[in-house]
Structures are given as C-alpha cells and as structure tokens.
Ligand binder design. Structure first.
Ligand code: ADP
Ligand code: ZN
Ligand code: ZN
Length: 817
C-alpha cells in the first residue's frame, strides 16, 4: 500500500501538491501539521498537510517528504475551511492565504534568512550539537540563508533544527525585524536637584516672587507630592495648579524643574485586581438587551451608536457573558485604533485574559499569541487585534466584535489575499456558530443597507454617555471670506476667534487637514510646469521641514528646486496645502501656545505616535494638526474645538465612495470634540457650504446621507447595489499593458457586456516604473457571483496563455472598495 499527503505550500499554486509518505507517517500525520518538503529542482518549503490518502498523483511522480515538523496540528480544521473560503471568494490561492495567516517563523523555506537574536542570553549547554554549529556560524556571519545551513550541516533536512532554534529564541527570521510594540511614555517632573536644599529652595521662592504663576506651580508640586507620595505627572500638575503647559515649559527651560519619562507598558499587564465593569445607563441597558434579543434571531447585528455613546462598555458586558460560558472573543479594530487607551481599558476589566495581536509585533510575539490562542489558554480568551487576527487558530469562538466597522483599512489591498476583515470575520464566526457584532457611529453603506434589508439585526444607540450634547457644527464659507479679506493664510476669522476662545479656557484644539506635507504641489507661475516623480506619474510634494520634494507613492525625493526645471523661472509657487503648512501658520498665529503635528511623517520614528498622543493627553499640546490618523477612536477629554481646514479636497476625491467617506471622516473627527460634560464645537471651512454632505454632517443626518448616497449607487450601479471586481494589469512596458488590457476587456465584454468598465488608466498611471490599467466588472444582484468568478478565471487563464501577455501581472480584487 502506498500513502500520500496533499500539502498546501506557501506559494501561489492553483492546486495542493502530493507527496509520498510511509505507513508509519500516515498513521502519525493529521491535517494541519507541517512537513518540510522539497520542491522543484532545489527548493525546500514548509508545507501544511491538507489531507492524507492513497491516491497516487496521475501526472507526476510524488516525492518523499523530508520530515514532519509538528507533533500536533498547528492549524485547525476550521481555519482550513476559512482559508478555502477566502481563496474562493477573493480569487487567490490557498497558499497565499497560508502565507498571510502563519507568522513567518512558522514557514521556513529555502529563501528564509536567519540571524542571531541578540536580545536573549544563550547558554551553550542548552543547545544540541547541530544547533550549536549554527549558533557558532552566526557569530561569524550576521545572517545565513537556509541553503548555507545545508552546506554547514552537510544535509538537506535542516528545517527541524531551525525550528528548534526559533523555539529557543536563539535566532530570528530576518525579513521580520519589526519594531517592538511601542511603549507608552508618560512625562513627569520634579524639582531640580540644585534647588532641593532648604536654603536653595528659599532663594528660589524669593526669586520667583515676581512670577506668581511659576511660584504657584512649585507650591502645587510640593502639595501634590506630599499628598500622593508618588512621582508627579505633568498632566496632574497642570490640572492642580491651573497653569498652562507653557509655564511648566518655562520652569523646565530655567532648570528649576526637571522632566523625566516613565514607561507604562501596554503589552505586559501587571495590574492588580480587575476593575468591575461599569454600570450601564438606561440607554445602554436598552441597547444591550436589544443586541441580545437580536442575536436570538440573527447571527450578525449592527450596533449603530453615535460617537461617545458608550459602545465599548456595551461590548464589555457581552464579553463578560462569553467568558462565563468559556468562549473565546475576537475584538477587531483598525490597526491605528489599537491604542494604549483601549488596550488599557480592556485590561483593567479582563486583566491577563486579553491578548493583543498587532502587525507591528515581532515574529516571536506573534508565534506566542498564535500558540496561546490555539491551546485556548486563559491568557488568550479575548483577542484584541487588527485585520490579520481573523486568521488566528481559535478553538471555541463565541463572539466577534468588529469595532469601527466602516473603516477602509479592514480591507487588505496588497498583496493577496485581498480580504476584508469584517466580511471574513462574519464567515469565521459562522464556522463556529458564533455571533458577530458590527459597531460604528458612521456605519458603512453596505452594513446599514444589510441591516435595513433585514440581513443583519440593527440596534441604535443615539444618546451620548452623560448626555453630552453632540458638537455644534458650523460651516464657514471660505470663498466669501476670501472675497471679504477675512482670511489669514488658511485660517478664517471665525476659526481664529474660536481658537483664541478655546485657548483662553485652557482647552485643546484639533485641526484636521487631509494631506500631509507642506503644500502638496509646486507649480511654476511662468510656464505652469510642476516637478514630477521620475518613477510614477504624479507630481512631487513639497516638504518644507526637509526642504524636499517627495513622491508619496514610491518615496523618491530630491531637494526643492530653486528654479523651474522647464523654463528656468524662479517663480515657483505652491498650490494646495498640507498639514505642515497648517502647523506653521498656527505657530505664527498663536506664538504663545504649543502646536504639534500628527501625520505619517511625524509618527514614523520610534514611539512617534505614542509620544504625540501622550503629550496631548497630558496637556502639553494646545493645538494638534493632523491627518485622518486623528479620527481613530481616540478619547481626548480636553479637546473642545475641532477645525476642518478644507472639506472640499475630500469631497472632490475621484472615487464613488468619496461622499460616504467624507461624511464618515468628518463625523468621526467631530466626535473628538467635547467628549465630556461640555459641548464641543466644530468648524468646517469649505468653498461650498451648501454641499449636501456638509449639510448632513452639520445636522448629524446620517439617515439622509444614507438615502441619498444609496440613490446614487442605484443610478450609477455601484456597491452595495451591484458587486464589483477590479482587474488591474501591470507591466513596465506601456504598450503591453495597453494592448493586454484591450484584449482582456474585450473578452470580458463578450460575457458581461455593458457591465464591464474600462480599461482605464488610474489617476496615477505609473508607480515604481510599472504602468497600471484597470478594468471594472460590475455584477448585478441576480447574477451568480460564483459563475461570474469562474468566467473571469477562464478569461484570465486564456489571457496568460498568450505568449505576449505572460509577463503582464494581473491583480484580481474582489469588493475592491
Ligand atoms: P464610544 O465607543 O461609543 O465612542 P465609549 O465607550 O468610548 O464610547 O464611551 C465614551 C466615554 O464614556 C468613555 O470615557 C467611557 O468610559 C464613558 N462611559 C461610557 N459608558 C459608561 C458607563 N456606563 N459608566 C461610566 N462611564 C461610561
Ligand atoms: Zn517654468
Ligand atoms: Zn514615485
């Protein structure tokens, strides 16, 4: 009798591959275990056992496996079902899903590069001979490929050794040198040592007699530290003394106070007793019981609760119920909303039961979470994670919460699998017979539509917690302001007034501008030329801070030109404006206040994002200028005013969802204003104050926004009325892309006729020297999705079998919106 296994390899193959095994291996192996296998002429891969059988492959001779890598399955049967679904639905291979799902330390292959893990102290005696040889070799060479290891150990079968070394944390898999999770830094102050003696202190107080505010701060510092007997946070000092952050800064600059940071770790939970969850108010109570009722009839429920209505506290109650039933909970969040604030909040309630899964985690950390979830350990009962945590090996899932379900970052764009985590989570939950709760203050059109159609349950929470009023939103016509000379740079007189007022009250301000950089585009006043990226079809953006022109697509940069490249004129002017320019203008307008900026550029560095958020929380920033990073679920208690510098560039974005997204973005940013007691204020500057979306934002009229947008989607045949698949062709040769796209679209038209749009070059038609062309297939509701995909795959296969087109990359993107 011959025995075989089908193996999933982490590469884009249409089918799984068959290998020969012995009878003993057949008895030992189970689906979901890993094996190392040879592939092609000289490659080795980690493969995953899909099935064990006795059918010899017809067209090739099955090779033997090298070795079994696991004692028990690493991947569950439910995961494999989910992978199958993802692969079918999103038109990619199961191997691509495998690569996305498994931490890379789990999928060693010939291309893997390993290096020494310098963070761990190794005891030589803990290593077996073969492990030691590799460990030694890594002292002489900082990184080694799997092929090198084969030579060093003089054998082919090296993956087991590497696996052991990884488990002992002796080595790292190289492509993954991630920044560790960012610690939260809290700022503290103390009296500088020079002033601590009694005499010095006396002198100091004397010298401050004419600076009563500074004196007051020092007095407060004493009384606070006497009371609490603990280090004093800058934020506490500000609240207690009523001084501004500027005064504290002055004292630090004069070396009277000394600042220092203490790191509060967000990953390792070391709290004492867990806090009891909050008592829900009547609105939350009602909503909670409606959710529970809804779950009796529906597997999926949408919780539409305005910003600051207390959705999170409601989730907490639902999680408690699941835990008492011994079930696991998945709490999905957009990457950037996965903040210290929320992690801490949940850890306060659930302590060590919370596992955080973040794409910034190192491979070791991800492996650890994987194993904890797989083994259903107490410390992984609640997984709080971003997109890819839907791919974890849950054992006993009872509930999935998808918070901020409208967020576009739930959809993966590149590489395959191009899955949507919300939709995948719904499928995952159904495989467990579990429930899914979608939560948002601004639901996506598709989810609200599904709820209205009765496909999902719908529960609304319309009251903010504590009855804080929704912010007062005012639209400012900047066309008119320009005409009447009431603009100062990009600030209208109203905005300046309100900022001054807010600063006077000691409250904070957020200014939102949907672009980073100083002034995105530079243009020559004489000839109209604007500098272009040499690799991409796009104008370069001016970054004043570095005096650079940068490409936001490929990262190309050069120094800012002094003269026009085309005509030599010195009159280079900037068009449009970005966060950097807003920041600079704000600094000039409000010189006595602290202005900071939060965008991709300022948060790139280590701890960048954390530092800014903490500084805002601690009251060290008066005005924060930022991009949409600001919208994500942050709860800043002291922010009273939000200014949206220019609503028009969002509204005019060339995308069928631009209006929906603008509504969501503005409503979410507005939700940052006045989250406690006092009513917040929002000013929206626009050239077009009568725009429907702006009217709807200013009156919190989600319903009308929904109705009108749906009407547009119906007329123009867009999701959620029609479905969509986007096909992108990519190649460095312009002609190839052009001719190929015509061929492809023509074939599609023979099947789908008028429901094919394009081919069309996108606004940026060349990125990293590759030309792109899109074709869009729209799918009416009654047309079978499965049949549609089959037809596309057929056309795709014939396309790739044309010799001229073989080198063209085709990207299929299902639900590409
Ligand atoms: P959302 O997620 O809907 O924006 P949150 O859950 O963050 O709202 O709640 C907003 C604020 O109100 C938070 O600071 C939260 O701690 C507080 N809050 C909400 N519900 C309660 C409650 N039942 N008791 C006490 N505080 C609450
Ligand atoms: Zn010119
Ligand atoms: Zn570029």
């Amino acid at each position: 009798m011959n025995y075989f296994i089908n193996v999933i390899l982490p590469i884009p193959l249409e089918k799984s591959f068959t290998y020969a095994i012995t009878k003993a291996e057949a008895e030992f192996l189970k689906p979901g275990m890993r094996v190392s296998v040879p592939f092609g002429k000289s490659k080795i891969y980690t493969g995953l056992v899909e099935s064990i059988h006795q059918e010899k492959p017809l067209v090739y001779e099955a090779k033997q496996i090298h070795q079994i890598l696991d004692d028990t399955p690493l991947v569950t049967s439910i995961q494999m079902k989910l992978w199958q679904w993802i692969s079918k639905y999103y038109m990619c291979t199961v191997g691509e899903v495998m690569r996305a799902a498994l931490p890379s330390a789990f999928i060693l292959e010939s291309e893997t590069v390993i290096s020494k893990n310098n963070e761990v102290q190794i005891n030589d005696e803990d290593l077996k001979d073969d492990e030691f040889i590799i460990y030694e070799a890594l002292h002489h060479q900082s990184s080694l490929k799997i092929h090198d290891l084969m030579t060093i150990l003089d054998k082919k079968n090296v993956l087991p050794v590497i696996k052991r070394l990884l488990e002992k944390e002796v080595i790292n898999v190289q492509e993954e040198i991630y920044e560790k999770y960012k610690p939260k830094l809290v700022r503290y102050v103390k009296l500088a040592t020079a002033h601590t003696s009694e005499k010095a202190l006396h002198d100091l107080m004397d010298s401050l007699s004419r600076a009563p505010k500074q004196r007051e701060v020092i007095m407060t510092l004493f009384s606070v530290s006497a009371q609490t007997k603990k280090p004093v946070k800058v934020s506490d000092l500000i609240t207690e003394s009523g001084a501004s952050s500027t005064i504290i800064k002055t004292l630090i600059d004069k070396h009277i106070l000394e600042e220092y940071h203490i790191q509060t770790d967000r990953v390792l939970y070391e709290g004492d007793d867990n806090e009891a969850s909050k008592h829900l108010n009547e609105h939350q109570e009602i909503a909670l019981s409606e959710v529970i009722q809804s779950f009796k009839k529906q597997n999926i429920t949408l919780l539409y609760g305005v910003t600051s209505s207390g959705k999170t506290e409601l989730y907490v109650k639902l999680i408690e119920t699941q835990l008492t039933q011994g079930k696991q909970v998945l709490y999905l969040l957009p990457e950037i909303a996965l903040t210290t604030q929320l992690v801490e909040r949940l850890q306060n309630y659930f302590g060590e039961q919370v596992a955080v899964f973040h794409s910034k985690y190192s491979s070791h950390e991800r492996v650890e979470v994987w194993n904890n979830v797989l083994n259903n350990l107490p410390k992984a009962q609640i997984v709080l994670g971003a997109r890819s945590s839907v791919l974890l090996p849950f054992q006993n899932l009872g509930l999935v919460i998808v918070d901020e379900e409208h967020e576009s970052s739930y959809k993966q764009f590149d590489p395959a699998p191009r899955y949507h985590a919300r939709d995948t989570a719904i499928v995952l939950a159904s495989l467990f017979n579990a429930k899914t709760l979608l939560g948002s203050a601004t639901p996506s059109l598709e989810s609200y539509h599904n709820a209205k159609q009765g496909k999902y349950g719908l529960v609304e929470l319309k009251h903010r917690y504590n009855n804080v009023l929704m912010p007062d939103i005012e639209l400012i016509d900047i066309k008119d302001k320009h005409k009447r000379k009431r603009m100062n740079g990009h600030f209208s007189d109203r905005l300046i007034e309100e900022i001054q007022e807010t600063l006077k009250e000691g409250r904070q301000i957020i200014l939102f501008q949907n672009r980073r950089g100083f002034s995105p585009i530079v243009e020559c006043n004489a000839c109209g030329h604007s500098p272009q990226c040499p690799n991409c079809d796009v104008s370069l953006t001016f970054h004043q801070y570095r005096n650079q022109l940068r490409c936001h697509y490929c990262g190309y940069n050069s120094v800012m030109h002094k003269t026009c490249e085309a005509c030599g004129s010195v009159e280079l002017d900037s068009k449009g404006f970005g966060t950097e320019q807003v920041e600079q203008e704000a600094k000039l307008l409000f010189p006595n206040h602290n202005v900071a900026r939060m965008d991709l550029d300022t948060t790139r560095g280590k701890y960048g994002y954390e530092k800014i958020i903490t500084a805002l929380e601690q009251g060290e920033i008066d005005i924060l200028v930022g991009t949409q990073m600001l919208t994500k679920g942050l709860d800043f208690r002291n922010v009273k005013l939000v200014g949206i510098m220019n609503a028009d560039n969002m509204l005019n974005f060339p995308d069928f969802r631009a209006h929906e997204r603008s509504y969501q973005l503005m409503a979410q940013v507005s939700g940052r204003a006045g989250r406690t007691k006092e009513r917040g204020k929002v000013l929206i500057q626009t050239y077009n104050p009568f725009h429907r979306i702006l009217q709807q934002v200013s009156t919190n009229d989600y319903e009308h926004m929904f109705e009108e947008q749906m009407e547009d989607r119906r007329i123009y045949k867009y999701p959620p009325i029609y479905r969509m698949i986007k096909i992108t062709l990519k190649h460095k040769d312009y002609q190839k892309v052009n001719i190929g796209a015509d061929w492809y679209a023509k074939s599609l038209r023979t099947v789908f006729d008028k429901h094919v749009l394009g081919p069309e070059f996108p606004p940026v038609a060349r990125i990293r020297n590759q030309y792109l062309k899109h074709i869009l297939v729209k799918i009416p509701q009654k047309q079978s999705l499965a049949k549609t995909k089959e037809a596309i795959i057929k056309i795709n296969n014939s396309f790739l079998s044309v010799k001229d087109f073989r080198a063209v990359r085709v990207i299929l993107n299902v639900d590409n919106y």
